[in-house]
Design a protein around this ligand. Structure first.
Ligand code: FES
Ligand code: FES
Length: 166
């Protein structure tokens, strides 16, 4: 039963069905982390600037810090923990092609920005499997990385281009 002042939200998160009553003001990012246990969703700026909280909602990259949980009701969400659903099957170490490229090119250091970049980039490569360097740079303009200077991330995306599942 829905409680007073709450709304029922039912979503699929990385293949798992979750339903809970939430306050209307509950942010999607908080719902994913606190209720769904989706801790691959990172919260950095909390105001739509850094991209760390990016998830795929029904196949579209969204900033979960800018959405309410109730807006995602009935939706299917993929976080970095379920990246294979966007990026193709993982290898024996459970790493997807994009993750392998990030590892090979040292495209992460602290890793805080990485989950959001991986999800957004998997969607980006599905839409544009052979991006130019300029398109990759433009794509990354929506994601802040304090550690890498972006050069290794660009190299990793260039290497992964074409290897992502259609
Ligand atoms: S935490 Fe959502 S964009 Fe920074
Ligand atoms: S690897 Fe540290 S913020 Fe990007």
């Amino acid at each position: 039963m829905t409680g007073v002042g709450t709304n029922r939200v039912a979503i699929i998160v990385d293949g798992r069905a979750v339903a809970a009553d939430v306050e209307p003001r509950t942010l999607l990012a908080d719902f994913l982390r606190d209720t769904c246990g989706a801790v691959a969703v990172h919260i950095g700026c909390g105001e739509g600037t850094c991209g760390a909280c990016t998830v795929a909602l029904d196949g579209i990259a969204v900033r979960s810090c800018l959405m309410l949980a109730v807006q995602a009701d009935g939706g299917t969400i993929v976080t970095a923990a379920g990246l294979a659903a966007l990026d193709g099957p993982p290898d024996a170490q459970n790493l997807t092609p994009l993750q392998l490229a990030f590892r090979a090119h040292h495209a992460l250091q602290c890793g805080f920005c990485t989950p959001g970049i991986l999800v957004a980039t998997a969607l980006f490569l599905r839409a544009n499997p052979h991006p130019t360097r300029a398109e990759i740079v433009d794509h990354l303009s929506g994601h802040l990385c304090r550690c890498t200077g972006n050069v290794p991330i660009i190299a990793a995306i260039e290497a992964a281009a074409g290897a992502t599942a259609p």
